[in-house]
Ligand binder design. Structure first.
Ligand code: NAD
Ligand code: TYD
Length: 339
């Protein structure tokens, strides 16, 4: 099979590429990424010389480029990770979120309709369901929870999901959608909570906790997300949504304190700062459907997964220090213009 993975120089797409290239040596994995500020080809270094892997630089919202690529490559499967993914950036500049997350998704699906594919998979998020109250721990997001978004980011992802379902109903495109909770693990860009706190704590810088730090996220190790997507693409039912999560709810303050303890740094580094606008209080996934229909179960729990993740950031300082210094943006030039 020839599989197009978009956004494979990012955090989850990059982990997915590693997983797929190793697991399916007979499949060809094509990584299409625009290399925005969030794209880092150093993430793909471990697979870049593998015969079943290829990188292509380009924009999922560029119709001509996408149609030419599909004409040439004849993909069997398309898995769309490419997105603007950071809520805080969406509050500052919503337009690029509409462009990449909504327009980009429809352009990709137009090409799928035109050239034909066996499966289009949309990597979505639990944030499309909005948030749950902190005082109702009995409530969880299921696949039938109404879409009810809070941020420009989650609104763009929900819009994309609606288009995906519309392309299924209208054009018969064989689609699936996964809606996962917050991911953590290796190669996450250090603007997101966990890698930001690790990198700042190591530099003895203050750790900015929004509001009172009581907001709850449901954390899933990125490896378990990759396994879930692979399962959905291969065995999931066309036209269906699958929620992905492992019941690992933690408040932001608990997460930050866990990082500080692991690094032997004082809690006095915590600094409560102005709350995020429209800040969602709690996310929590009910994963029953993917567990019973597809037999998926997470392999990590948060307590062990977070320790392994912190160790990864300690062992791979160069990877994130290059991001903080901006050096990573020269990697494409170095690797691809010289080849
Ligand atoms: P990321 O920001 O780390 O990576 C996004 C990648 O997409 C980058 O490599 C970037 O260069 C690329 N990209 C951006 N615009 C592009 C465009 N127009 N054309 C081609 N490539 C483009 O994001 P992530 O955290 O890896 O998230 C991947 C997907 O998973 C996103 O769709 C996100 O909504 C979803 N998701 C993320 C989480 C999470 O906790 N991070 C949870 C659930 C779902
Ligand atoms: P983030 O990693 O941005 O993911 P998301 O907003 O998609 O859940 O943030 C996770 C939580 O951590 C969220 O409640 C916002 C909070 N947060 C902070 O308190 N301080 C920070 O510096 C960041 C980046 C996030």
């Amino acid at each position: 099979m020839k599989i197009l993975v978009t956004g494979g120089a990012g955090f989850i797409g990059g982990n997915f590429i590693h997983y797929m290239v190793d697991k399916y040596p007979d499949d060809m994995i094509v990584n299409l990424d625009l290399l925005t500020y969030a794209g880092n080809l150093e993430t793909c270094k471990p697979v870049e010389d593998k015969p079943n892997y290829k990188f292509v630089k380009g924009d999922i919202a560029d119709r001509k480029f996408i149609f030419d690529l599909f004409e040439k490559e004849k993909f069997d499967v398309v898995i769309n990770f490419a997105a603007e993914s950071h809520v805080d950036r969406s509050i500052e500049d919503p337009g690029i979120f509409v462009q990449t997350n909504v327009t980009g998704t429809t352009v990709l699906m137009d090409a799928c309709v035109e050239y034909g594919i066996k499966r289009y998979h949309q990597v979505s998020t639990d944030e499309v369901y909005g948030d749950l109250p902190l005082d109702r721990p009995d409530l969880f997001f299921t696949e039938t929870t109404p879409l009810h978004t809070s941020s420009p980011y989650s609104s763009s992802k929900a819009s994309a999901d609606l288009f995906v379902m519309a392309y299924h109903r209208t054009y018969g495109l064989p689609v699936t959608i996964s809606r996962c909770s917050n991911n953590y693990g290796p190669y996450q860009f250090p603007e997101k909570l966990i890698p930001l706190m690790i990198s700042r704590a190591l530099a003895d810088e203050s750790l900015p906790v929004y509001g009172d730090g009581a907001n709850v996220r449901d954390w899933l190790h990125v490896y378990d997300h990759c396994v879930a997507i692979d399962l959905i693409v291969r065995n999931g039912k066309v036209g269906e949504v699958y929620n992905v999560g492992g019941h690992n709810e933690r408040s932001n303050l608990e997460v930050v304190k866990t990082v500080l303890r692991a690094l032997d740094k004082p809690e006095s580094l915590i600094e409560f700062v102005e709350d995020r606008k429209g800040h969602d209080r709690r996310y929590a996934i009910d994963p029953e459907k993917i567990e019973t229909e597809l037999g998926w179960k997470p392999t990590y729990n948060f307590d062990t997964g977070i320790q392994q993740t912190i160790q990864w950031y300690l062992d791979n300082k160069e990877w994130w220090e290059n991001i903080i210094s901006g050096e990573y943006q020269n990697y494409f030039e170095k690797m691809y213009n010289m080849k």
